[in-house]
Design a binder for this molecule. Sequence first.
Ligand SMILES: Cc1cc2nc3c(=O)[nH]c(=O)nc-3n(C[C@H](O)[C@H](O)[C@H](O)COP(=O)(O)OP(=O)(O)OC[C@H]3O[C@@H](n4cnc5c(N)ncnc54)[C@H](O)[C@@H]3O)c2cc1C
Length: 396
Amino acid sequence: MKSSDGMRPDPSPDGDPWADIRDGVRKLCARFPGSYWQVLDRDRMYPEAFVAALTEAGYLACLIPEKYGGAGLPVAAAVAVLEEIHRSGGNGAACHAQMYMMGALLRHGSEAQKQRYLPDVAAGKLRLQAFGVTEPNAGSDTLGLQTRADRDGDSYVINGQKIWTSRAEHSDLMLLLARTAPADSVAKRTDGLSLFLVDMAEALQAGLTIRPIRTMLNHATTEVFFKDLRIPSTARIGEDGKGFRYILDGMNAERILVAAECIGDARFFIDRAVAYAGERVVFGRPIGQNQGVQFPIARAYAETEAADLMVQRAARRFDSALSCGPESNMAKLLAADASWHAAECCLQTHGGFGFAEEYDIERKFRETRLYQVAPVSTNLILGYIGQHVLGLPRSY
Ligand SMILES: Cc1cc2nc3c(=O)[nH]c(=O)nc-3n(C[C@H](O)[C@H](O)[C@H](O)COP(=O)(O)OP(=O)(O)OC[C@H]3O[C@@H](n4cnc5c(N)ncnc54)[C@H](O)[C@@H]3O)c2cc1C
């Protein structure tokens, strides 16, 4: 969808500039009800039809500038898209990375790379949604990663392993962070890592192996192995050794958008809890009349509204090109807590029925638990706030 098709801000009576987008996403999601997600969840299948519908409607290209075929909208618009997907009971994790991963290419790629890839990504012909950062031996300590990309003439030769590389089987390109200089040879710990755009189809013929990991939620995540994979030096984004800085730039966008998904999840749980608490009659009255049932829902609502304010603030600062590290991290922290607390109270409100697949509560419960750990764990955000915002001693 182009901006002329209604994705531009159109102030609604309640002042939400993205009311039209929200309405469009809600209508699209209504075609993919709980029964659709339940089948996929049971069989751990990828939501092809849903992703195709979102792509066709242009939502996944909303952040790509118009000159490369996207809608050129701010992150605040993508927040509205992902929040509505999650509020509807769906899940954007199958494709959300398609929205923000192109940011590294946009900000740090050459004009030739942008011309080559961005229009096809915007048109949905190329999927750029596999992000190879986490490694089994490094975990949250990204600078400890060991996968190597050794320069050899006009190529780099890649050896190593990544874990939790989500959507690798459903992506045409992978953004890969690899070591191009030994850790003990660089002046700063953040130097010596480089960013590459790997063509997955070619790589699968030349040294890349993908192994799916079955998890407690349907997330299409994998581990990937590189054995003497040779890629052209033109696959590098930006300068050699500066890759870590390039991915840091994009992490704020990722955190804001994941926070938006959490807000959507929280609102899904609160909607469901309120509806059920009003209609379920036990001991001759609706269970929602009991303060023991009502108050946790009210608290979850208050927490969600407060977290949403931080998400909006972080998005505003990002879109105004202001520093937004603290706000993006706090948005992710508060929204993930709000969604988890709302999940807990919604499950409890439903009693035994909360555990039945057909209610979608147990599935969403499992799905929203992820955000305490990925894409960055709660402790790591608290450590960031302690050190970088409050000036406390470094803890990691
Ligand atoms: C379903 C799923 C999808 C994912 N998708 C991707 C992806 O597409 N691409 C990608 O690169 N990664 C992905 N990840 C990885 C994710 O970002 C990491 O799991 C996450 O950052 C935590 O790293 P870890 O699992 O190695 O935990 P670890 O770093 O081993 O940490 C384990 C626990 O210890 C805590 N901890 C560690 N160090 C400290 C410290 N100094 N102080 C306090 N607490 C500490 C952590 O908070 C955590 O709770 C995904 C993970 C999952 C589960």
